[in-house]
Every structure is written in C-alpha cells, then in structure tokens.
Design a protein around this ligand. Structure first.
Ligand SMILES: Nc1ncnc2c1ncn2[C@@H]1O[C@H](COP(=O)(O)OP(=O)(O)O)[C@@H](O)[C@H]1O
Ligand SMILES: [Mg+2]
Length: 233
C-alpha cells in the first residue's frame, strides 16, 4: 500500500465551502468566506469573541438559515438547493441542537420534551419510543426527573435533558451553541464532560460554539474565528 493511503483523511461528514452571510439592509457581513471540514468522530470547538459569527455559522449548518453565498456539503451532498421538505427531513433525522438557554418546552414534562424528536416519526411504535427515551434519560443521569416539568430543574439538569433530546434519535451531527454559557463552573464542567463522553461513545460529530477557553479545551480540535473569518495561525 502506498505511504499516502494510510494517512489519507476519511470522507468528511460536513464540508463548508466559502460560506458568506450578509444580514439585511445594514449589510452586516457576519461570515466572510468560511471554509472547514469535519471528519467522522470529531468534537470541534468553534471559538471566538461575541459577534464573530459563531451562531450564524451553526444556524446555517443546521439549515435554520441560508447562506448568501457558498455551500455546505453533508456526506458530500450539497444542502442548499434542496427542497424545504428535504431540508426538514435532514434536520429531523441527522441533527441534534443544544442551546445556551436549553429551549425546553415548559408545558411538557422531561419525558415529553425528550420524546419530541421521535414524535415526528409516526412509524415508530409507542413502546419503542418510550424505550429510547428511558435509555437516553438514564444515559444523562436524569431518569429520576422523567415526570418533572423543566421549571422545577436546575440549569445543569435542564441542559442534561436538552442533551438527551438532542441525542434520542441518534443524529450524526450535534450543534451546540454556547451550551455552558448559562451554567456555573461546576455544572458547565459536568456538561462538557458529558459531551466529550457522548462524542466518544455515541459517536456523532459535535460542533460547539463557545467563547470560553476552558470549554474549548474539552474538544478534540479548536477552530478560531474573528470578525466573520477563520483565523489560521
Ligand atoms: N438576524 C440578524 N440580523 C442582523 N445582524 C445579525 C443577525 N444575527 C446576527 N447578526 C450580526 O452578525 C454578526 C455575527 O453574529 P453571531 O453569529 O450571533 O455571532 P456570535 O454567535 O459569534 O456571537 C454580529 O455582528 C451580529 O450583530
Ligand atoms: Mg452566538
């Protein structure tokens, strides 16, 4: 076998090509031509000061927003240009989102919140659904709160539930936007440890935006951004 074959990278899960984003009439250039690729199994931290474009990039990767120019490839296939139906399917099957403010639905119990991504798939029998929900609540250490409402939980517990919801349908990609931004140091550290374990055991790629060096240090790789661009030092 030639020497180059063993060192060749596998096919990236996500490839971002020259992504640009301009916002509205104020002509804010939030992304100015960002390119990167993420390999299977990677946990990547997207670091940079507030306003540098981290959330914009995550939102475009999650197809919640469209780029002004450039493309995102998922397993080599361009996302932008697909029908709205295909994008909805992509989000439902392949993505899990984790947010700074948890975004749990306050009128649903922990169990019901975690079940949401599965409820979108009406082919999955109820018994299967609750088996998966129970297993993932166990995984994040929240089984004992399954029938509680979010308002009765601490921030760290809410984020555990949000992580369970992001994982329950076994997506290939987890997008986490400042997941520890609203937690104290102790809870933040525990959440980062959980994300690292999830990356190693469950194996989705994780892309985590953060402006904290401590949080970024938990990832396998750090991509640094400034002013809508990747810094190559
Ligand atoms: N919906 C929007 N409309 C106009 N400008 C926006 C919008 N969202 C973000 N921006 C601007 O784009 C830039 C990048 O923002 P953002 O991606 O939220 O950065 P970060 O997540 O790194 O803090 C900022 O200058 C911000 O003010
Ligand atoms: Mg942000």
């Amino acid at each position: 076998m030639p020497a180059t074959a063993s060192s060749a990278s596998p096919q990236p899960i996500i490839q971002v090509e020259q992504l640009k984003k301009e916002y509205g009439e104020h002509q804010v250039n939030a992304l100015k031509g960002v390119s990167l690729s993420i390999q299977p199994g990677e946990f990547v931290a997207l670091m940079g000061p507030s306003g540098c474009g981290k959330s914009t990039l995550l939102n475009i990767l999650g197809t919640l927003d469209e780029p002004t120019d450039g493309q995102v490839l998922f397993h080599g296939e361009p996302l932008f240009g697909k029908s709205e139906k295909a994008l909805t399917e992509f989000r439902r099957k392949e993505l899990g989102f984790i947010f700074q403010f948890f975004n749990l639905l306050s009128t649903l119990t922990v169990r019901e919140n975690v079940s949401l991504p599965l409820d979108l798939d009406d082919r999955l029998p109820e018994a299967e659904r609750s088996k998966k929900v129970n297993a993932i609540l166990e995984r994040v250490g929240m089984s004992h709160r399954a029938d509680f409402f979010p308002a009765t939980l601490s921030g760290g517990e809410m984020q555990r539930v949000a992580i369970a919801r992001a994982l329950v349908h076994q997506p290939k990609v987890i997008l986490a936007d400042e997941p520890t931004g609203n937690l104290d140091t102790e809870n933040g550290t525990a959440i980062l440890k959980l994300l690292r374990e999830v990356s190693e055991q469950e194996g989705p790629i994780i892309l985590m935006a953060t402006h904290s060096e401590e949080a970024a240090a938990c990832a396998h790789r750090i991509i640094r951004m400034r002013d809508g661009q990747i810094r190559h030092e």
